[in-house]
Design a protein around this ligand. Structure first.
Ligand code: VGL
Ligand code: ZN
Length: 204
């Protein structure tokens, strides 16, 4: 069984949002068109408390997009984004939600970031997504959403590690950094991950 994972399609990652991904809005129509091709659609939301330690504003004298060491892990310092229940954290209004069976939230622990839909960045705590998918008979996941080089990439990587086949629908994602995305793709392919254009999925 194949599931579609819609990663962080939230206002703050769209143009005009607090952590805007270039052309992030361009994926939404495509994502809506893709949903009927899957028996199961699951979404995630980045969902940070105010004062989250991934926010540059939580570190005096630090600037946005700088990298620091946070409790032993490298951490990019982001603008404040996706604060719990804010407008920025809401799913994009143009995203069709009626087929989304479950929404997994992540990034609630203020001390650690959580790019992947499956685990926090230290792999300490699971979101429960892997067990949920296994319980629904899923063996293969397809990924779309934002941002390609962060949350989509780390979700695909963890999906592979959890034993799922993982395919990123390449035109249904956009990256923060083009260079970071190139590296991420090479790494994923090396681990057995796949990339596909949406045309191949829509033609099924
Ligand atoms: C994301 C940076 C910080 C993402 C979330 O959804 O890719 N990126 N928080
Ligand atoms: Zn975040």
């Amino acid at each position: 069984m194949k599931a579609l994972l819609l990663i962080d399609i939230q206002n703050d990652f769209l143009p005009g949002g607090r952590l805007a991904v270039p052309e992030g809005d361009a994926i939404i129509k495509l994502v809506n068109d893709l949903q009927p091709q899957f028996e199961l659609v699951v979404a995630t939301q980045d969902w940070h408390p105010a004062g989250h330690q991934s926010f540059a504003s939580s570190h005096a004298g630090r600037t946005q997009f700088e990298e620091i060491d946070l409790h032993g892990l490298p951490q990019v310092l982001w603008p404040d984004h996706c604060t719990q229940a804010s407008e920025g954290a809401a799913l994009a209004p143009a995203l069709q939600t009626e087929r989304i069976e479950a929404i997994f939230r992540k990034g609630m622990n203020p001390e650690i970031d959580s790019y992947s839909a499956f685990f926090d960045n230290g792999h300490r705590k699971s979101t429960g997504l892997a067990d949920y998918l296994r319980g629904r008979g899923v063996t293969e996941v397809y990924l779309a959403g934002l941002a390609a080089d962060y949350c989509v990439y780390f979700s695909a990587k963890d999906a592979l590690a959890e034993g799922f086949a993982a395919t990123i629908i390449e035109d249904a994602t956009r990256a923060i950094s083009a260079e970071g995305w190139e590296k991420a793709k090479a790494d994923l392919q090396q681990q057995g991950g796949r990339l596909t254009p949406s045309t191949a999925v829509l033609a099924r």
